[in-house]
Every structure is written in structure tokens, then in C-alpha cells.
Design a protein around this ligand. Structure first.
Ligand code: ZN
Length: 150
């Protein structure tokens, strides 16, 4: 898997192999599968495919889904579309060169997508649901701050 190349996507968090070559390709990163908790909202490998595990049963469930779907896109870009082939169910490939920065950028995109979703939801939410959605937006803002998102 380490020798395969793909068109470079600047949004993926890993850089082109050549900063000056417009046809530059990005190397697909090989991750190390680790087990994810069953109670987490996350992405994971299941049946050889990358899927979202969404345990949010609240009124903003769809926004958690969008957050995790952003991670799914970022993981597939970094680790390649076959990243779950042969991986144990409930595990997720992580790590590799530049992982901390990749994760930071992915969280920035994911929390921004989730926050936008909740702001839209808030406009039509019932009075009973609003406090929970508001608290989730405060949480999203805190995460955008702690991840130094711009
Ligand atoms: Zn996340």
C-alpha cells in the first residue's frame, strides 16, 4: 500500500511530494489499526469498509453524522479508499507521518461542519431541544479553539 500514488489533495492534510510540480502526487499513508470504543461517536472499519458509528440519539444526531462523515472523507483521502480491507471490525487505521497535524485539520473541518449543522437546526428546533443544541455548539466552539482552528 505504501507505494501507491494518487492525485494530491491539498485539503487532505498531507503535502504534495513536490511543492513545485503541479502534477505532484501524494503518497497514501499506511495506518496502524487500533480498536475504537463502542460508545464513541467515531468512524471505524466494519466488514472491510469505513463506516460511521453514531451513538448520538439526541435532536442533533444528524450533526454528529456530518462531523463523522467529514472524518470519513479525510481518512479515505489520507489512507486510501481500501483502508479497511483486511482490518478487524471495530478498528480504525491511525498514525503515520504528520498524523497529529492531519488529525487537527480533520477535527477543525469536522467541528465546523457540525457547528454549522447545529446553527441551522437551532432555527427550527423546539424550545425543549434548544438547550441541548446550544450546549453542543458551545462544545464545538471550545474544540475549534483548542484545536487552533482559524
Ligand atoms: Zn472529530
Amino acid at each position: 500500500m505504501t507505494n501507491r500514488q494518487r492525485p494530491c489533495d491539498p485539503a487532505s492534510g498531507d503535502g504534495p511530494t513536490s511543492a513545485t510540480d503541479p502534477r505532484a502526487t501524494c503518497r497514501i499513508v499506511t495506518g496502524t489499526p487500533v480498536a475504537v470504543g463502542t460508545s464513541a461517536n467515531t468512524i471505524k472499519c466494519q466488514g472491510g469498509r469505513l463506516v460511521v458509528q453514531n451513538n448520538n440519539s439526541g435532536p442533533d444526531r444528524e450533526c454528529t453524522q456530518r462531523h463523522e462523515e467529514q472524518h470519513k472523507r479525510d481518512w479515505e483521502t489520507r489512507y486510501g479508499p481500501d483502508l479497511c480491507v483486511g482490518v478487524t471490525n471495530g478498528h480504525l487505521p491511525v498514525g503515520g507521518d504528520g498524523y497529529a497535524e492531519f488529525l487537527r485539520q480533520s477535527e477543525c473541518r469536522a467541528y465546523q461542519v457540525g457547528k454549522s449543522c447545529r446553527q441551522t437546526l437551532l432555527a427550527t428546533a423546539s424550545a425543549a431541544d434548544r438547550p441541548l443544541i446550544q450546549r453542543a455548539i458551545v462544545r464545538d466552539d471550545a474544540q475549534l479553539g483548542s484545536n487552533s482552528c482559524t
